[in-house]
Design a protein around this ligand. Structure first.
Ligand code: HEC
Length: 485
């Protein structure tokens, strides 16, 4: 197999950008006699506010704004209006109550100054100096398996060893060992807006014989002139690069005009049940704690979409029969620990409070009644960290790392990592390794810093780890470099 060896990521030099986005007022000297910039108070305030209130969604140092296709206008007034009013349905909070007009104006100027500098200095292609990473226990290099994508979201592997990968905009690709992508036909129409699109892909445990393939996505319909969307799961036969016999086996009601928190990871367990996550759809107060609502839940269904008779709320009046656990926010990681057979999930918190949980039948994981996070605007929505009848996470992250994708290392290719849990960080662009003892996380290691926004991590058929990053989208394979003895 002839994999492309060179790792290339497009970014611009954050340092140059960061420096240039500052507005020098006067110069001063530090202890080493170096000239340093002293920033005016308005810029300092904006930088501080940006880091505290905006970077969790828009990225550190305004990266997202610099190469953004502006939707609501990049004129001063438009940016001002965007910040002030927000776009609740798209997941952009309103900042009217948090900031004075002056503070909003400072933010607008800070953003405009940043864009001006990027336009002046342009984007730079930065090659990582090396595609070799030395971590605490394992040294490895990266093979680029897939390139030329934007948002590789879901991935899984065919018995042939070929990879299936979803592009969030609505394509499913089959990728061969040389990195050639072939489009699979017959995928559903998806709502490609906000966080929506074609999301996860999973094969039936007996795919070799029955050819069933499962997709999760943001489904939509028009009602009274409004386009409503929600997380759905469909099942298909997959043969000859075609999806046929499609059947929607799950709809996550209530559908809404919001375009975020679809959740959406699919995972079979050892007994053949299909688990998957649905986010709270941005309706924190009505969805996650309501057993009538399908949102803010982990669901469990049979492979044909029917309900297991022993599901916790099956047959109960007014309760969603597919619900397995509730009180979740936006879980973008669901994986089975092969050692114990237990299902683990992680979910995005608001500002702080991302969680890792072990999912048990019928239990309440507390969102939004208990949480280690606070609102994006710095206000609190609960002062409770724990409550009777609500589960504590195995681990939580403050500040948020924005986790996406997770897998347990079950192969012998990386013996020192065997049994560990890997979690991607969108926000800080690294892979997190969690050392597991029993049902506990006892240690964490940050690996591959700055590799890109990690969207997914999976183990392939030969036991190799595959990591998908987005914007630009690549899938890498981690090739261990064994020490010579
Ligand atoms: C919870 C996540 C989140 C946070 C926090 C957040 N934003 Fe946003 N923001 C979004 C999303 C999502 C959009 C896209 C809205 C849309 O698609 O209509 C957006 C859009 C915007 C836009 C309009 C961009 C365009 O394309 O026209 C601006 C300007 C903006 N945000 C500024 C800010 C600033 C400044 C802050 C901090 C005070 C902030 N945002 C905090 C999620 C967030």
């Amino acid at each position: 197999m002839n994999f492309i060896k060179k790792l290339t990521i497009f970014t611009f030099i954050a340092f140059v950008y960061f420096q240039c986005s500052k507005k020098p007022e006067m110069s001063s000297y530090d202890e080493q006699g170096q000239q340093v910039e002293v920033l005016d108070s308005a810029t300092l305030q904006a930088m501080d506010n940006f880091e505290k209130f905006c970077s969790s969604c828009h990225g550190e140092q305004m990266m997202a704004f610099a190469d953004r296709k502006w939707k609501h206008g990049k004129e001063k007034d438009s940016i001002y209006a965007s910040i002030k009013n927000g776009y609740a349905d798209a997941g952009m909070p309103s900042w009217e109550a948090s900031f004075s007009d002056k503070e909003i104006n400072n933010l607008v100027n800070y953003i405009l100054k940043g864009i001006e500098n990027v336009e002046r200095y342009g984007f730079q292609e930065v090659k990582l100096e090396s595609d070799t990473f030395e971590t605490e226990l394992v040294k490895f290099s990266l093979d680029t398996i897939v390139s030329g994508m934007t948002n590789p979201w879901g991935m899984t592997f065919l018995p042939s060893g070929e990879m299936l990968v979803t592009e969030r905009s609505g394509e499913l690709y089959k990728v061969d060992g040389n990195g050639n992508k072939e489009k699979v036909s017959g995928v559903p129409k998806v709502m490609y807006k906000g966080q929506g699109g074609l999301l996860d892909v999973e094969l039936h445990p007996d795919f070799e014989n029955n050819k069933w393939l499962y997709l999760s996505y943001s489904d939509y319909r028009v009602e009274d002139g409004d386009t409503l969307s929600g997380t759905a799961v469909s099942r298909y036969k997959f043969e000859d690069n075609k999806l046929t016999d499609g059947e929607k086996i799950f709809e996550g009601h209530p559908y809404s005009t919001k375009r975020h928190h679809y959740g959406s990871r699919l995972q079979f367990d050892q007994e053949g049940y299909l688990y998957f996550s649905v986010g709270d759809r941005g309706n924190r107060d009505e969805n996650p704690q309501s057993l009538e609502s399908y949102c803010g839940k982990i669901h469990r269904i049979m492979d044909d979409g029917s309900i297991p008779a022993d599901n916790p709320f099956a047959g109960q009046e007014g309760k969603a029969a597919s619900v397995f656990s509730y009180g979740h926010r936006n879980p973008q990681g669901v994986a089975m620990n092969q050692e114990t057979g237990k299902i683990w999930e992680h979910e995005h918190g608001p500002r702080g409070g991302d969680e890792v949980n072990i999912i048990n039948k019928g239990l309440n994981y507390g969102w939004p009644v208990i949480s280690y996070g606070i609102n994006y605007d710095g206000t609190t929505f609960t002062d409770k960290l724990e409550a009777d009848g609500m589960q504590q996470p195995v681990l939580y992250w403050v500040p948020s790392i924005a986790p996406s994708g997770m897998t347990f290392v079950n192969s012998d290719i990386y013996p020192d990592w065997k049994g560990d849990l890997l979690v991607g960080s969108l926000r800080f662009k690294y892979l997190n390794r969690c050392k597991i003892v029993g049902d506990k996380i006892v240690e964490e290691e940050i690996m591959m810093k700055n590799i890109g926004r990690v969207r997914n991590v999976k183990i392939g058929p030969q036991g190799y780890i595959y990591v998908a990053v987005e914007k630009p989208g690549f899938v890498y394979r981690l090739m261990p470099i064994y020490k010579e003895s």
